[in-house]
Design a protein around this ligand. Structure first.
Ligand SMILES: [Ca+2]
Length: 145
């Protein structure tokens, strides 16, 4: 019995930090994607169009030619000056091929998305087409799986 309890304790201590770090990363993602969403909307109000190229999928782990770094508010992973709206482009806390932010727009609608690790209820109940990503925008079908 003692051994079993020790094993359970070890297992919990091994698992729960990972889980809580995943949730912490997810909360940052939700906050970041909301910041990005707000900036895109404010830019549209100010300029009458969405920032960046139409029908082009921007990813926070991909640096466009001419941008100095992913985070620069003047020209980051979307090569548009959004410094009026935030001080640096939000990027995923992992920011690899699996976990990154995406942004896409056409001449009518836009979508931003982030893949979540733990808070999958939020990802599956947002009305979008991807149950693993939390999606925001005016058309949540723009970014395909
Ligand atoms: Ca979704």
């Amino acid at each position: 019995m003692a051994i079993l309890l020790i094993l359970i304790g070890v297992t919990i201590s091994l698992i729960s930090p990972v889980s809580s770090k995943g949730k912490a990363r997810d909360n940052k993602r939700l906050s970041d994607i909301s910041t990005l969403d707000r900036a895109i909307n404010e830019y549209r109000l100010d300029y009458g169009r969405y920032p960046g190229l139409e029908n082009f999928l921007y990813s926070s782990n991909y640096l466009p030619a001419g941008s100095p770094d992913l985070y620069s508010a003047l020209s980051g992973w979307v090569p548009v000056d959004l410094s009026d709206y935030f001080s640096r482009y939000p990027t995923d806390p992992v920011n690899d091929a699996t976990y990154h932010y995406e942004y896409f727009h056409n001449n009518v609608d836009y979508e931003v998305s982030t893949r979540l690790e733990q808070l999958l209820d939020k990802a599956s109940e947002d009305g979008g087409n991807d149950p693993l990503k939390y999606e925001l925008g005016t058309n949540l079908l723009l970014i395909t799986l």
